[in-house]
Design a binder for this molecule. Sequence first.
Ligand code: CMP
Length: 269
Amino acid sequence: MFWKKKTAEDYIEKKQYQKAIALYKEKLQDQPKNTALLMNIADALLMDKQLDQAIREYKKIAAIQAEQGFILKAIAVYKKILKIQPGNTEVEHLLNNLSERMTITEETSPIDKVKMPALKEPEELNLEIENKLLKDLSPDEFKQVVAKLNLRHFEEGMVVVKEGDPGDSLFIVVRGEVRVLTHTPMKKEVFLANLGEGEFFGEIALLTGKPRTATVIANATSELLELTKSDYEKIIERYPNVKKVVQEFHVQRTYKTVEAMIQAAQDKG
Ligand code: CMP
């Protein structure tokens, strides 16, 4: 008979949070700045109702992420703390200061301007820079947009937006991953894409005023920053470049979706 060693996730499922935390901490010894592990610990502390300790961990995570240049991720974590503890002035202050850490130069975009430590892997850098939606904003503009973003949390398997539903916001993935799928007229499911950290979705309904063209489901525990249509409109009034980026995605994705649907219909034989 085999005896399978329990994982931290097994303990979480059984609500034995202290045991899960102990396992995460063991792993953390080899990689003390692993923010995914730190996040697991903070989440487990929160589930265990150890609010102050959880907040302390979240603050630590946001500080590491900001130091590493993952500004959107750090913003999401600060917003999370403010959801747990509204009016935490220290965190409000930290959040407010985040975009001011960018230094201004002529040629590069605000997110490129974030001072990156030398130890960073090249593909890691892409995460924030990849956020095409915000990369052309100046630090001041960025700060205004950030103030309007609403943090949303989704567990694996939860539906973020549903095909056919009305929609008036777009989402930026800051943690986790989502999958996008649609259906042929014969109701056959068609996979369109996985969208990871730094990518956004929901722009089509927002731009066209029509229902959601696809269903988006969390592939893992995910944190998304949501921008409502009215806030989006305020932003593009002042920063038309944002609109250009969003429109480009709309066109590209609509085209890809049509292609995928045709392919699915042909696969059917
Ligand atoms: P919207 O139609 O508002 O809601 C579903 C979203 O899924 C849609 O906006 C796009 O952001 C996204 N989407 C649709 N088609 C694709 C695709 N082919 N690839 C990636 N994302 C897509």
